[in-house]
Write a protein that binds this ligand. Structure first.
Ligand code: ATP
Ligand code: MG
Length: 420
């Protein structure tokens, strides 16, 4: 048998059920904040990401799935959604003289070492808003995330970290100071950080190496370089979080891995998933639209890692209604198949999930299947029932059984069962 490609995910039915629950809950919250869904292609020109995400980022340096199209164009499977989202809105004139609040869901691709919570194909739900420069947007995004966790019942297991990395100018000044501080120590830095010293020095701040972190203890502090406007922006955000009692910590080392951020950056993390602790990340990226060739437009957003949220949800909330079948229809002979399907259609109108038996066999065998399916009810259709226009409704938990006419079936079911 041909096997799946390393790091590509199969979401099997049991997990898919939880996956659906998570996606539905999250998208319902997004809609309740009046964000609109859009869909974006999985394949884009490589240049979109090298310009949008930044050449000197992990994603571009080593994590992209890049291929040459037949005519020689370099294409990449999208590693993230924000650049595509900007490309799309810009291309269709939707950033011109208007604001946008949108979300999208779908697979992203990173070529990295697969492990629990880290895959080569994984899913994100991303939200982005354009045309708003105030901290009220940053707050709204965080409020929305807090609402996801509350609705999913995982709010106790995630923590919010926020930081401001300031406007471009303050970042450049800080970068110079950081490089001046680290250059004499460069021989002691880990290999990745040595390379980043030349390409993307601020990323060294979130190095996972302990020796590098120890060296950073005396490094210049980012807050000392942040411009007053950014500090004021950040202060408004923090007081809104305080007022709404959304707990957070300010982490001055938080810089995020992507080039496009300015001002606010944030991460929602959990300690429940081992090393793969970040479940949602984002921030403000006021320079991105311009960087991609559009007119300067402020923007902010986040991406939630669906795989990790599903894993967390599984740990926290173990039991999920197991069955995906409500009613299982058994019938005595093949000639009754159409009558059985007719009853099934009737119940499906009331949104029952109905499975009609296939493959013949006696009632004993069929009822065993009905039990195995997890259905709560079986409809049992024998010869006399078909003749009389009736059917037996059996409660598969209690064994209780009633005979009803076909015309009464819907009414009878709704009386038995609160479920519509
Ligand atoms: P990490 O530090 O864990 O690699 P990241 O900073 O690369 O995360 P982003 O690219 O900003 O993450 O993506 C946002 C979210 O998407 C992450 O917080 C995470 O939940 C999820 N994510 C990122 N990469 C993966 C992956 N390889 N597998 C599963 N989920 C991922
Ligand atoms: Mg990563």
């Amino acid at each position: 048998m041909v096997q799946a490609v390393r790091g590509m995910r199969d979401v099997l039915p049991q997990e898919a059920r939880r996956w659906r629950l998570v996606e539905d809950a999250v998208t319902a919250v997004l809609r309740s904040f009046a964000y609109e869904e859009m869909q974006l292609p999985v394949l884009e020109f490589t240049e979109l990401f090298s310009r949008g995400v930044g050449e000197a980022t992990d994603i571009i340096e080593k994590e992209m799935y890049t291929l040459n199209d037949r005519d020689g164009d370099s294409l990449s499977l999208r590693p993230e959604g924000t650049a595509s989202c900007v490309r799309s809105l810009q291309e269709h004139g939707l950033l011109y003289n208007q604001t946008q609040k949108v979300f999208y869901a779908g697979p992203m691709f990173h070529y990295e070492k697969p492990q629990k919570g880290r895959y080569r194909q994984f899913a994100q739900i991303g939200a982005e808003a354009f045309g708003f420069k105030g901290p009220d947007l940053d707050f709204e995004l965080l409020l929305m995330c807090a609402e996801f966790w509350r609705v999913l019942g995982i709010d106790e297991f995630v923590q919010l970290e926020v930081n401001t990395i300031g406007a471009q100018a303050s970042r450049i000044r800080y970068r110079e100071a950081l490089v001046a501080f680290l250059t004499p120590l460069s021989a002691h830095l880990d290999e990745d950080s040595q390379r980043r010293l030349a390409t993307n020095p601020m990323r060294i701040l979130d190095s996972k190496s302990e020796t590098t972190q120890a060296l950073l203890a005396d490094a210049p502090n980012l807050v000392d370089y942040i411009d007053d406007d950014s500090l004021a922006h950040f202060k408004v955000l923090c007081s809104a979080l305080d007022e709404h009692r959304i707990p957070y910590v300010v982490n001055n080392r938080l810089v995020r891995g992507l080039d496009y951020y300015t001002h606010t950056v944030f991460e929602w993390t959990t300690t429940a998933l081992g090393a793969q602790g970040t479940v949602c990340a984002g921030g403000r990226y006021d320079g991105l639209v311009e960087q991609l060739g559009g007119k300067a437009t402020p923007g902010a957003g986040f991406a939630m890692g669906v795989d990790r949220i599903v894993l967390l949800h599984e740990q926290v909330c173990q039991d999920l209604p197991n069955a995906n079948v409500d009613v299982y229809v058994c019938f005595a002979q093949q000639s009754m198949m159409r009558a059985a399907q007719m009853l099934a259609r009737t119940l499906r109108e009331d949104r029952y999930r109905v499975r009609v038996h296939m493959g013949g066999g006696n009632f004993k065998k069929q009822l065993k299947r009905a039990d195995g399916s997890g259905a709560r009810w079986a409809l049992i259709l024998g010869e006399s029932e078909v003749e009389e226009g009736t059917v037996a409704v059996k409660n598969l938990q209690s064994g209780e059984q009633h005979m009803v006419t076909n015309a009464d079936l819907r009414g009878h079911m709704s009386k038995l069962d609160e479920r519509p």
